[in-house]
Write a protein that binds this ligand. Structure first.
Ligand SMILES: [Zn+2]
Length: 283
């Protein structure tokens, strides 16, 4: 018998990770006045019911980016906050895509731990109102604030959130042990990783959107070297010095580069520098 409901951990005071069957991790930050739900998952669990178990405060919903495993549950909310560059992606997600993803991770040992099927991926009732946010936007929860940082690379509109009071950074999929550069150039990803790196004095814990991935229900903060490792890999790629290996990915062939605790994955269409972007000053 597998786990039938999302696996919830209190990772810090009034801060919860909601693991939706190994498909993704969402986070709920509860303040003195309001709460903030970070991401909506794949749309398998009854997320509103899960949040209601944790707080009765009014709450906002913010998406770290528009991918199906983060924006897949938007269809029960009236309003979500998102960077404008990811709105189209979020709007156009289909139930079939979400089911395919849920099944893929289920087969990656998820089904041995969790009790769900692709029938549980629910149909959206409606589209929410999309409210755009950008660098510097602050969610004020009363006694704690979360600030938005624009960190494109994984997608064109990826953001991360910093809770200075509790010294927690929520990194979505922007910079982690398996960083997929799908929405911008390697140079853009490098600059985003450096932006997050510059915030390090302000956080002790860094939770990405996939803690408790597939069949491994753990809840750890990321290794401290992740930012440095992603930065090193991007610089190696830009210098043409990276040891690139091919891997099957998303129905095509992609390239992966490992260093330290991190891997960066990109494909042949990934530009090194985007149009109009200043090249990175490599030494
Ligand atoms: Zn993603």
């Amino acid at each position: 018998m597998g786990i039938k409901t999302p696996y919830i951990s209190e990772i810090a005071p009034d801060t919860y990770a909601i693991n939706e069957f190994g498909l993704n991790a969402m986070f709920l930050c509860v303040g003195s006045e309001r709460a903030l739900l970070i991401d909506t998952g794949t749309g398998v669990c009854d997320l509103k019911a899960e949040v209601a178990k944790l707080t009765d405060k009014p709450y906002d919903v913010v998406l770290t980016h528009g991918h199906l495993d983060h924006a897949g549950g938007i269809g029960i909310f009236d309003k979500v906050y998102i960077h404008e560059r990811d709105i189209e992606m979020a709007k156009n997600l289909t139930r079939e895509q979400r089911q395919h993803y849920a099944d893929t991770l289920g087969k990656m040992r998820g089904y041995t731990v969790y009790d769900y099927t692709t029938d549980d991926v629910w149909e959206w009732e409606k589209l929410p109102e999309f409210v755009t946010i950008d660098e510097g936007y602050v969610f004020d929860l009363g006694d704690r604030q979360l600030e938005v940082f624009f960190t494109p690379g994984h997608t064109a509109g990826s953001i991360t959130l910093l809770d200075r009071k509790n010294r927690i950074h929520f990194s979505g999929d922007a910079c982690n042990g398996n960083t997929l550069c799908l929405g911008a150039s390697i140079t853009t990803l490098l600059r985003s990783a450096e932006k997050i790196k510059a915030l390090e004095p302000e956080f002790d814990q860094d939770f990405n959107g996939h803690i408790g991935y597939a069949g491994i229900p753990t809840c750890f903060s990321q290794k401290k070297t992740i930012r440095d490792d992603v930065i090193t890999i991007c610089k190696q790629i830009l210098k043409g010095e990276a040891e690139v290996s091919e891997q099957a990915f998303l129905g095509g062939v992609s390239y992966g580069v490992n260093y330290g605790n991190a891997r960066v994955v990109f494909n042949k269409n990934t530009p090194m520098v985007s149009e109009g972007e200043e090249p990175y000053p490599l030494d």
